[in-house]
Design a binder for this molecule. Structure first.
Ligand code: PMT
Length: 401
């Protein structure tokens, strides 16, 4: 999977830098072309001579090469790379990456990189547990970077805890796994709904919900990364798509969403209904702003919205895969299972508002996948990007069968 890939190996100043030598060796053995970029303090821990001997390329550390004056272009490097791995990533470099402090070659290269970035933190346990490190790692995750969690064990300080850089073999495995799924949905048409719907009361007010669109957008990015042709139909959200292979359609209400979903569904192999669609819209919508006058309180009459998932579920053709979500607050499993049948889903992704840091607005989610035969797969709390990967793995398996 790694053979022929262009990889930037970023090395920071930490005792775990010695492990980067093994990592470099494994990458080269696997057939990768590796360019090492090291921070000035990284060179205190490991010499460029060792690294250039193994990689077969001069190690880059400064913006200019001292003896020739030639410029090391972080932009070109960023375009050249298929992946960038920062191992070890120190608290300081993680902070700079999270906040765009471009004061060395490694961070400028990171900021220019268009490829997936893997970050393997290594530091003392208290530094790793510090709220600033945690916040910076969360920021990196939210940029779509892959964090390779450090292991627990004895640290350079002889204290025991979480902060040891993951073993080089496991870092290589993580990258191999990433590339192994990089085109398994090549050309597959996937339709995804995301975000909330807004149901107008009058020109200035609406009925809505707390969906941010993060889960649906993470699914769209994951499908596009794996080669799918993605149509993302989204309610009003403040998010942007990163992958240019995502065709985005913005809608406001459930009825508008249904109209776009019905058009796109005809050609779709897979449909994932992640939007939090309002079940009701306003029957007595006002054409001008409702005024606060007199003592009367306006009465808003509701009527049922169409069930988008059930509508396309009823038209599902052999070979099409329809996935729904269930956002529950109680009786989670039985409610979710009932929706599989009602909407003719292949499987449903259950998330509960009773789980901390799951559901609306968060960067993380905790899901259970339930298939039409009732089999359940329970997952731990993960970033929405990782949750998206689990869901798309499930779909890719079904397509492969
Ligand atoms: O956007 P985020 O902030 O990241 O939050 C993600 C999420 C919580 C919105 C997402 O993970 C999620 O659970 N989405 C579905 C929310 C929901 O509306 O659940 P539901 O149980 O009410 O609906 C069941 C299924 O039917 C869903 O697939 C929904 O898209 C679909 N539905 C519901 C109502 C309707 N009128 N039409 C539909 O198609």
């Amino acid at each position: 999977m790694i053979e022929g890939k262009h990889i930037i190996l970023g090395i920071c100043g930490g005792i775990a830098a010695y492990k980067s030598v093994y990592l470099l060796r494994l990458l080269i053995k696997a057939g990768a072309e590796v360019q090492v970029v090291i921070t000035p303090s990284g060179k205190e821990f490991i010499t460029p001579v060792t690294l250039s001997s193994l990689s077969g390329k001069p190690v880059i550390s400064e913006f200019f090469t001292a003896n020739t004056g030639s410029w090391n272009s972080h932009v070109d490097l960023g375009l050249w790379a298929d992946a960038m791995i920062i191992a070890p990533a120190t608290a300081s470099t993680i902070g700079k990456m999270a906040n765009g402090v471009a004061d060395n070659m490694l961070v400028t290269t990171y900021l220019s990189a268009k490829c997936p970035v893997f970050v393997a933190p290594a530091m003392d346990l208290d530094m790793f547990a510090h709220p600033s490190t945690k916040r910076n790692l969360e920021l990196l995750k939210s940029y779509g970077n892959h964090i390779i969690e450090p292991a627990s064990g004895e640290l350079a300080s002889h204290l025991v805890g979480k902060g040891r850089m993951e073993e080089p073999e496991n870092i290589v495995k993580a990258i191999e796994e990433y590339f192994s799924t990089s085109d398994d949905l090549n050309g597959v048409r996937v339709l995804i709904t995301a975000g909330p719907t807004y149901e107008r009361i009058d020109p200035v007010r609406f009925i809505g919900n707390y969906s941010s669109g993060k889960m649906g957008f993470a699914l769209a990015e994951e499908c596009a990364r794996r080669g799918a042709k993605v149509t993302l139909i989204t309610g009003p959200v403040a998010l942007k798509c990163k992958n240019k292979n995502i065709y985005r359609i913005d809608v406001e209400s459930a009825k508008e969403m249904l109209a776009e979903v019905e058009k796109a569904y005809v050609d779709s192999k897979v449909a994932i209904m992640c939007a939090a669609v309002a079940d009701y819209c306003v029957e007595n919508r006002a054409e001008s702003k409702i005024k606060r006058e007199g003592n009367d309180v306006p009465v808003i009459k509701l009527q049922k919205n169409p069930d988008i998932a059930a509508t396309i579920g009823a038209k599902k053709e052999k070979g099409q895969i329809l996935v729904g979500f269930a956002l529950e607050t109680d009786n989670e499993l039985s409610n979710a299972k009932a929706k599989i049948l009602k909407k003719n889903l292949d499987f449903i992704v259950l998330n509960s508002l009773r789980d901390k840091d799951a559901g609306f607005g968060t960067d993380t989610n905790k899901i259970t996948i339930i298939d039409s035969a009732g089999a359940e797969k329970v997952y731990g709390l993960k970033s929405k990007a990782e949750v998206a990967k689990d869901i798309i793995d499930e779909i890719a398996e079904r397509i492969a069968k």
